[in-house]
Design a protein. Structure first.
Ligand code: F6R
Length: 603
């Protein structure tokens, strides 16, 4: 978490740093800070709270170079002193850091014994003082960086500025993301792609153990042993409107409304009448034939998309399917064998736990596939092959549109692999035809906003809720409950409908809210019995269904009918809207829920 940025270019460092921090704010938002230098004077600001311009930049002049940071505290409480940039004793070397320095306590003790004065409680500050010592020793900043890196353990992306070398900006990456954006005589370094188009569309995603030395005219990329590295330019596919809120009050609602477009983009160019084209996966050729088991993984919402994927793969293929959250799977004594393929799902492509599972799997030489939204991200570069979801940038902390794209990609992958095994072309054709209609059906659900607001207004006083669904819609229940907890702060639990009588039914009393996802699928009538069971105990049931007879129910949200395996693409949408509007009515900070940050790049 935390967002870092650095800029070197055309006398507008302050503007670029502030605009970048706003774009990176979703990564951390308890405090922020920057340094800007105009050739004469250093302007340093550290602020606790929101990134606002006017009051905090009074007296700050623009400059040609600067670095900035938005913080999500890990080491050291939220305070001005602990906000970045951090600096050395002489206040010449400034740096911003995303990640964790695991051996900082030992390093700090050593540096304190040498007489260094610390200004913060962070792990980061040791780097500034190490750089100070090595700069003094080698009289060369680049050498100082290389020596300092030898001492650091952990994960870090750094941007370093030194007043004695003002036309040099240094970026370092080890297990935390860092992107270099290349414009016309200007460069930007940032934790992710969002700020990059402030200077241009071209970017290079740095690899682990790489350092970039940026000057006003050029840049060079080296590894930690000072050898030149080759690099690959990539191009950003989205424009300004994709990363601005536009007329929407929050990014989350904007992104929910972008769902149909996200799904269309995931499908684009990949569907033939009875088969699926997946360029990246096809490159694996015969290797795909030896797979007999698939293990799915991810965290949070991406994991729930994976859970939908599990049911889909079981329906369309004959693989043995397993799934676990990455934070558990990475520590399990899981026996990957050479017939297994791992499918890792991640919007950001940077989630630390998911990344670790992939690294473990790679050590065992099994095929790793990624379903990732952000090009250039760590996961997209480490996996053997994958599918980009192309949902466009997600800025709200709570993931929404990416989830639908992830499920869409998993369905395409299941069809692609299924066709090599048990799935017939006519079955594939039937699913693909229906899949193409999904964005339109989603648009119709988005039109139901006012009905959903009415239901939301009944929920604002609830302290607790249940979400129930079965089979394909059990993951939907989990996702609905997660969003209600995450942004409305209402306790919500999800269960498979059939589990009620094994315990949770005891919770149900008069007016207890229960959301039941019950489309006309293979378990429809069983779910109806479950609904009767909870209604008889006085529950207030909100049904998500495609059954028109449900008009007789008091609280229901109608979704259009689709194939059973595609229902999550529709039934989740009312739940995202329900959580959003409940949170809105409760006046929650929707895009920045308390205690949470997007892109969980630390454990
Ligand atoms: C929930 C949410 C998180 C993310 C999770 C994984 O609304 O957004 O649970 O889904 O942190 O993130 P990615 O997909 O970036 O790996």
């Amino acid at each position: 978490m935390c967002g870092i940025v650095g800029y070197l270019g055309k006398e507008k460092a302050l503007d670029i740093i502030l605009a970048s921090l706003k774009r990176l704010e979703y990564r951390g938002y308890d405090s922020w800070g920057f340094v800007v230098y105009n050739g004469k004077k250093i302007f340093l600001k550290k602020v606790v709270g929101k990134i606002t311009e006017a009051e905090n930049i009074a007296g700050v002049q623009n400059g040609f170079v600067g670095i900035g940071h938005t913080r999500w505290a890990t080491h050291g409480k939220v305070s001005e002193n602990n906000a970045h940039p951090h600096f050395d004793c002489q206040q010449k070397i400034f740096l911003v850091h995303n990640g964790i320095i695991e051996n900082y306590d030992l390093l700090k003790e050593k540096l304190l014994n040498k007489g260094h004065k610390f200004n913060s409680e962070t792990d980061t500050e040791v780097i500034c003082h190490l750089l100070e010592d090595y700069k003094k020793k080698f009289k060369n900043l680049k050498q100082a960086v290389l020596e300092t890196l030898k001492e650091l353990r952990g994960s870090f992306a750094l941007v370093i500025f030194d007043k004695d070398n003002p036309e040099l900006l240094i970026g370092v990456r080890l297990a935390s993301p860092l992107i270099l954006g290349v414009g016309e005589k200007e460069f930007i370094l940032a934790s992710d792609l969002l700020p990059i188009n402030l200077v241009g569309q071209k970017f290079i995603a740095l690899n682990d153990e790489e350092i970039v030395f940026v000057t006003k005219k050029d840049f060079e990329i080296k590894n930690f042993t000072n050898q030149q590295k080759l690099y690959l330019f990539q191009e950003i596919r989205w424009g300004q409107e994709d990363i601005e809120k536009g007329d929407f009050p929050d990014f989350m609602i904007k992104e929910i409304f972008e769902t149909p477009r996200a799904v269309r983009n995931t499908l684009k160019g990949r569907l033939l009448s009875d088969e699926v084209k997946l360029g990246g996966i096809e490159l694996l050729g015969d290797k795909l034939n030896k797979i007999s088991k698939i293990v799915l993984t991810g965290c949070g919402t991406a994991y729930y998309a994976g859970l939908v994927g599990k049911y889909v793969f079981e329906e369309l293929t004959d693989f043995q399917i397993e799934i676990d959250v990455a934070s558990e799977l990475r520590y399990r004594n899981y026996k990957f064998d050479d017939k297994t393929a791992l499918i890792a799902i991640s919007q950001s492509g940077e989630t630390a736990d998911t990344l670790e599972v992939i690294k473990e799997a790679k050590k065992k030489n099994i095929i790793t596939l990624g379903i990732v939204n952000v090009p250039g991200s760590s996961i997209s570069r480490i996996v053997d092959a994958g599918i980009f979801t192309y949902a466009g940038p997600e800025r709200a902390v709570a993931s929404t549109k990416a989830y639908y794209s992830q499920i869409t990609a998993l369905i395409m992958l299941a069809i692609f692999l299924g066709l090599r095994r048990k799935l017939s072309r006519s079955e594939a054709k039937n699913i693909l035809e229906e899949l193409k209609t999904i964005p339109e059906k989603q648009e119709k659900i988005l039109n139901l906003e006012s009905e959903i607001i009415k239901i939301a207004s009944d929920l604002t006083k609830s302290r607790s809720m249940l979400y129930l669904g079965r089979k394909f819609n059990y993951p939907v229940a989990l996702e609905g409950a997660l969003k209600m907890k995450e942004i409305a702060y209402i306790h919500a639990e999800a269960y498979p409908g059939g589990e009620m009588k094994h315990g949770p039914l005891a919770l149900v009393e008069h007016d207890f809210p229960v959301v039941f996802i019950n489309p006309h699928d293979s378990l429809y009538s069983k779910s109806l019995s479950n609904i009767e069971e909870i209604k008889a105990r006085g529950a207030k049931v909100i049904t998500i269904t495609d059954d028109i007879n449900c008009h007789f129910e008091e609280n229901f949200i109608f979704v259009h009918h689709t194939l059973e395996l595609l229902t999550p693409l529709l039934t989740t949408l009312p739940l995202h809207l329900l959580a959003y509007h409940t949170a809105k009515l409760l006046n929650r900070n929707i895009d920045r829920p308390r205690n949470l940050a997007k892109s969980v790049t630390v454990e």
